[in-house]
Design a protein around this ligand. Structure first.
Ligand SMILES: Nc1ncnc2c1ncn2[C@@H]1O[C@H](COP(=O)(O)OP(=O)(O)OP(=O)(O)O)[C@@H](O)[C@H]1O
Length: 692
């Protein structure tokens, strides 16, 4: 390798800074590892907590060989104010994934989330934000090999597209999703750095970076509000386990190890789900009106008292007449607190009424007497009769099994047909033996919350939100009542019968009607030709939505092939399989991951064909390796995922796999928009007219 002169060659100087930063990071790690906690901790609990914290700090200080320590540099015209710099004096800053300082505590790398880093993402020629120079670094493997400068405050320099940015976007995808911290775009950054107090909803077409933005937003919020969120917690919600697996590396790569991830089904797993609903039943069960039915059913357990309560203490009897008990109960009902909280409050209310009588009789009872009265057997018995405990699962079981009970609470809320649709044909005998569906579990969750308040987190990110039912939105909403939410979705990709029609409505169900709706329209995944082809479906699946403007040219990225033997009038199934295999083999000659996407019903046949041809393949969520780069993807699991090359099998079958045409076309739209570099569509049946 040619020796670089550290003083005159800028690249050599930057490499010098990289080497120095790395050794500073090593020193920080060594310091953390060497911390002796024996003297500072008073007991073993403190020691265990501290040890865990130190362990995490050591982990977060790991120098990952393939993630560059810094990716940018900002030279300010003037030293930024103290509020901006957060202790980082000076005018030149290296921007990276984490903060690194030298032995004197002077910063060598600034965290990308610090205020002083913000111009790296937002500054432009139009608004240079006091930046003289923005430098982006290019890496090959772990080596710093290139840089690119923008003199933002120099009027003579033209604005031009960044080649490094282009290169980053076009890098082949292998393995799980990675962070985009070096190339967050200004409109994305505005969402990432939005305040913690407000909720935001992002509508964006395929590949506009919604998932990436949501994950970086969590990382940002954890940085800016570390203490508060450490206490209250953060959660990322995704559509299924394979999707969560695909995104699970991003936050750890950004140094955030504590964020929980779950599907909506995980959140409401009060019972074992073993059953399914037909779509008529699922539609009603997911409708927000079910919340009213459940509320009425829960509250119906309260019986207004007909008998007085008589408390005997020593030689005296204290009598609270029925009408006074009724006043107490009515007041509790009107206060609209949780059923369980009111039940807990009732004994004290009755005891209070007894105490008032004692005082009127000249006694001077204190709090202990009130507590004792509240625990008195007569009071307990009255509470049990008036306000009995409610088991949420048993309540839902009864609603779905007992037509009369359902009718009593759904009267005027659900039509007779709707009630019939959700009643079980074979009533279940117990919570354990019932064949609960996913929608039932959500109902139980709603009932659980009516009985006692659900714990609220500090921030929730909800991805692929467009597929949630109103009742599911409510379930997510009660997990952030005192926190905020980031809702990500695309109305055109909604494939459930209850898919979101408008964000305003969905945000209402979530309890975040005041959330700001933002739109992302620049596409970072799908090449221009491919997105244009897929967008032909938009007028039918989501009229009025803006077509994604791809930043990726990739000419020749789309091929549409009819599977047919030369000379044969019409192709058969074997031809289709053969054409798919050929397209897969062709894609495998390229670098990167390959997804063979097909209607769910076609998966077994294709699996067999792949095996017969000796091509190994993975299921969604399994990590690609250099040896096995092909994933066989059922269309129903394709959402949110991406592959460098996609082979799409028989579009007509994808459409036919859904109960109605619009949902079918939406499923097809999802499948058509998974490719980063190339898409080959293979068909034997005629294509949907929009694509023909
Ligand atoms: N600013 C960026 N710089 C580099 N890559 C980006 C940027 N924004 C997004 N990407 C990349 O584009 C791809 C698509 O991003 P992402 O999956 O977040 O999109 P999405 O809007 O959630 O898509 P979908 O609607 O299909 O789920 C990912 O590979 C992501 O890393």
């Amino acid at each position: 390798m040619q020796a670089h002169d550290q003083t005159t060659d800028p690249l050599a100087r930057e490499r010098g800074h990289l080497a120095a930063s790395r050794s500073a990071l090593r020193a920080m790690r060594a310091d953390a590892e060497a911390l002796d906690i024996r003297d500072v901790t008073a007991n073993w609990v403190n020691a265990a907590v501290l040890e865990r914290q130190i362990g995490e700090r050591v982990k977060s200080l790991a120098d990952l060989a393939h993630t560059p320590l810094f990716f940018g540099r900002l030279d300010y015209l003037h030293a930024p104010g103290a509020d901006q710099a957060e202790g980082a004096g000076g005018e030149q800053f290296y921007i990276g994934r984490r903060h690194v300082h030298d032995a004197d505590g002077d910063p060598m790398v600034i965290d990308w989330r610090a205020p002083v880093s913000q111009p790296f993402y937002r500054a432009s020629k139009k608004d240079p934000m006091d930046i003289a120079l923005r430098r982006r670094f290019g890496y090959t493997g772990g080596d710093l090999t290139a840089y690119e400068d923008e003199h933002l405050s120099d009027p003579a320099e033209d604005e031009r597209a960044s080649k490094l940015l282009q290169r980053e976007i076009e890098r082949p995808r292998v393995g799980p999703m990675r962070d985009i911290v070096a190339t967050i775009q200004p409109e994305q950054d505005e969402i990432v750095r939005g305040g913690l107090s407000g909720s935001v909803c992002v509508q964006g077409g395929p590949g506009t970076g919604k998932t990436a933005v949501g994950l970086h937003r969590v990382a940002y919020l954890l940085y800016a509000h570390r203490e508060r969120l450490a206490r209250t917690g953060t959660l990322v919600i995704g559509p299924n386990a394979s999707f969560l697996h695909y995104i699970e590396q991003v936050l750890p790569a950004l140094g955030e190890l504590e964020v929980k991830q779950a599907t909506v089904d995980d959140l409401v797993a009060h019972v074992e789900v073993r059953g399914t609903d037909d779509s008529a039943a699922a539609l009603v069960k997911g409708d927000a009106r079910m919340a009213r039915v459940l509320r009425a059913a829960v509250r119906s357990h309260v019986t207004l008292p007909a008998e007085p309560v008589v408390v005997v203490r020593g030689s005296r009897r204290w009598r609270i007449p029925a009408y006074e008990l009724e006043e107490i109960v009515s007041e509790l009902l009107a206060r609209d607190i949780r059923y369980g909280a009111a039940r807990d409050a009732l004994p004290q209310r009755i005891a209070h009424a007894v105490l008032v009588r004692m005082e009127q009789a000249g006694e001077a009872p204190d709090d202990r007497v009130q507590d004792a009265v509240a625990r008195n057997a007569a009071v307990k018995a009255a509470v049990k009769a008036i306000w009995p405990p409610v088991d949420p699962a048993k309540l839902v079981l009864r609603l779905l099994s007992d037509a009369e009970f359902l009718a009593a609470h759904a009267e005027g809320v659900l039509s007779e047909d709707e009630q019939k649709a959700i009643l079980w044909t074979k009533p279940a005998r117990s919570v354990k033996s019932a064949k609960w569906s996913a929608a039932d579990a959500v109902l139980i969750d709603e009932a659980t919350d009516l009985v006692s308040r659900t714990h609220s987190l500090g921030h929730v990110v909800l991805d692929e939100a467009q597929d949630l039912s109103p009742m599911q939105y409510r379930a997510v909403g009660r997990r952030c009542t005192t926190g905020s939410a980031t809702v990500l979705g695309d109305l055109a990709q909604g494939t459930t019968p209850w898919a979101t029609r408008s964000w305003a409505e969905a945000l209402g169900h979530l309890g975040k009607a005041d959330a700001v709706v933002e739109e992302l329209t620049a596409g970072f995944r799908v090449p221009r030709e491919v997105i244009a082809y897929a967008s032909r479906l938009l007028p039918d699946i989501a009229p009025g939505l803006t077509e994604v403007a791809s930043v990726r040219e990739s000419p020749g990225s789309l091929a549409v092939r009819r599977a047919t033997k030369r000379g044969a009038p019409a192709p058969d199934a074997a031809d289709l399989d053969a054409a798919c295999l050929e397209a897969c083999a062709e894609s495998l000659r390229q670098e990167g991951s390959i997804g063979l996407i097909a209607a769910d019903a076609r998966i077994p046949a294709l699996a067999k064909a792949l095996t017969a041809a000796g091509i190994t393949y993975l299921s969604p969520g399994e990590e690609t390796t250099p040896d096995t780069r092909l994933t066989l993807v059922p269309a129903s699991l394709a959402k949110g995922l991406e592959y460098d090359y996609v082979v799409l099998d028989e579009p007509a079958a994808v459409v036919d796999g859904e109960p109605d045409e619009r949902t079918g076309l939406r499923r097809l739209y999802v499948a058509l928009t998974r490719a980063v570099s190339g898409l080959i569509v293979v068909h034997s049946a005629p294509l949907p007219p929009q694509l023909a």
